[in-house]
Write a protein that binds this ligand. Structure first.
Ligand code: PLP
Length: 388
């Protein structure tokens, strides 16, 4: 093990944990030196992780329903709040039903094996999230991998997959490394033409993409064409934990019978259910929070581009500052932290070789001043290292 660990260090891919001594939010205090930093690397897109009403809802659920269930759902682990949250999720996405999991990783681990048989086919974007890839590995369906967002390649693979009983196209709605959005209109057209179902993972879209924050399917006008949505409660929807599948009722009924992470893992704790339920209430009341996040994203993207940086993706709060060189991304991220701005550099193998970047994530609770300080720090650090 020691030599394996040494190899990881030697390859420069060692991941360490930075310890935080304050709640999640735009301003953090690090443990130890107590330094205050502005955080630009959480998936806390709507700033609900430490929203006072979300915290209060968690405390109330904890007091009323206890710390946890000590049971899986179908034995003695279902409380009224679990059923209420499932109903609320289905209503939010305008789907027939929903099923909760301990995480979206679990939702992705459970769906493909439960739904697909060796007679079926799954067609997956090559850059899909690791949990989709792992979920697909667990199923016995025939596997096709199409080039990232390449509709010609998807069509070729769909033609090839006509020999199977059922076809499922699986894609992230928004891809977390590039902030790019799957061409769902085209995917749904192809799915219709070749008689396939469409599955999307909406972890980086639920709560803020589309006019009412319903996600990528709403943004692209295909809510009635996407059959299955998996998403997380651990990012924009309060950030505590949990995931879900929402879609047609018979599918959800089947998952309750067959999905292994649902059948063999503990129920979501009441406090976590309380957080997500309140987050959904806030978002269904108004999309002012999502609009504020979109305005801040716009401010960051336009100021960075005016400063001379290349920002990948379009309009998404994931704003990858493209640098190319892995070392440059790493030293610039370190220098940013010295200036009180917390951002993370990504390089190969997490992203393709030569496409190293610093990923900045904007939140509704960043102030305009936070954003401007971040742009200022990037400009100084970029000049220092010859990136501008
Ligand atoms: N899918 C995508 C696209 C993600 O980014 C993540 C989290 O990183 C997951 C699934 C897993 O979600 P969870 O944290 O709820 O397990």
């Amino acid at each position: 093990l020691e030599s394996e660990l040494e190899d990881i260090r030697g390859a420069g891919t060692w991941k360490s944990e930075r310890v935080i001594a304050s709640p999640q939010g735009p301003h953090l205090r690090l443990a130890g030196d107590g330094a205050g930093i502005i955080n630009f690397c959480a998936n806390n897109y709507l700033g609900l992780s430490s929203h006072p009403e979300v915290i209060r809802a968690a405390v109330e659920a904890l007091e009323k329903f206890g710390a946890g269930l000590s049971s899986v759902r179908f034995i003695c682990g279902t409380q009224s709040i679990h059923k209420d949250l499932e109903e609320k999720i289905a209503r939010f996405h305008q789907r027939e039903d929903a099923i909760l999991y301990a995480s979206c990783f679990d939702a992705n681990a459970g769906i493909f094996e439960a739904l697909l048989t060796p007679e079926d086919a799954v067609l997956s974007d090559e850059l899909n999230h690791a949990s989709i890839i792992d979920g697909i590995r667990l199923c016995k369906a025939n596997k096709y991998r199409y080039k990232h967002m390449d509709m010609q390649d998807l069509e070729a693979k769909l033609k090839e997959a006509q020999k199977h009983r059922l076809r499922l196209v699986a894609t992230d709605g928004a891809f977390s490394m590039d902030g790019d959005i799957a061409p769902l209109r085209e995917i749904c057209q192809l799915a219709q033409k070749y008689d396939a179902l469409v599955f999307i993972d909406e972890c980086h879209a639920t709560g803020f993409l589309g006019p009412n924050g319903r996600g990528t399917d709403e943004l692209l006008g295909v809510m009635d064409k996407v059959t299955i949505i998996n998403s997380t409660l651990g990012k924009a929807l309060g950030g505590a934990a949990g995931g879900y599948t929402t879609g047609p009722k018979p599918l959800i009924d089947l998952l309750r019978q067959r999905s292994r992470p649902y059948l063999f893992s503990n129920s979501l704790p009441p406090a976590v259910v309380g957080c997500a339920s309140k987050a959904l209430d806030l978002l269904m009341e108004s999309n002012a929070i999502a609009q504020s996040m979109a305005a801040k994203t716009q401010r960051f993207r336009s100021k960075m581009m005016a400063a001379g940086f290349t920002i990948s993706g379009k309009d998404h709060p994931i704003c990858p500052v493209m640098l190319g060189d892995a070392r440059l991304a790493s030293v610039m991220a370190e220098d940013m932290l010295d200036r009180g701005i917390y951002v993370i550099g990504f390089s190969y193998p997490v992203v393709p070789k030569g496409k190293a970047r610093i990923r900045v994530q904007i939140s509704a609770v960043h102030s305009d001043e936070d954003i401007d300080r971040c742009v200022q720090a990037f400009t100084e650090v970029g000049r220092k290292h010859g990136a501008l």
